[in-house]
Design a protein around this ligand. Structure first.
Ligand code: SF4
Length: 88
């Protein structure tokens, strides 16, 4: 029976190693794709840096307010950049 693994996988090297060593057949991603919907395409294009998701689960907070699921870290960074104070 095929096995799919999820949780804490943020680097393509980790995913490849888990599949190559037959720990799992598939890798599932959740929060990294909330932060970076195009993450897999980025990895496929050759940019193999780890996901930028910081695993703080802040993306579930809007859901508790019936505002859907979104990356609050991304939103915070967008606001900082727009304010002209990207390092605050
Ligand atoms: S809020 Fe945090 S855990 Fe959720 S996607 Fe953004 S960085 Fe990842």
């Amino acid at each position: 029976m095929p096995l799919m693994l999820v949780g804490g996988i943020r680097a393509i090297e980790t995913a490849e190693r888990l599949v190559a060593s037959q720990v799992t057949d598939y890798i599932s991603l959740c929060r990294p794709l909330i932060r970076e919907p195009a993450l897999v395409n980025r990895w496929k294009s050759g940019d193999r840096r780890p996901a930028t998701c910081v695993s703080d689960s802040g993306c579930f907070t809007p859901g508790f307010e019936n505002k859907g699921v979104s990356c609050v870290v991304e939103e915070r960074e967008r606001r900082r950049t727009a304010s002209g104070h990207p390092t605050e």
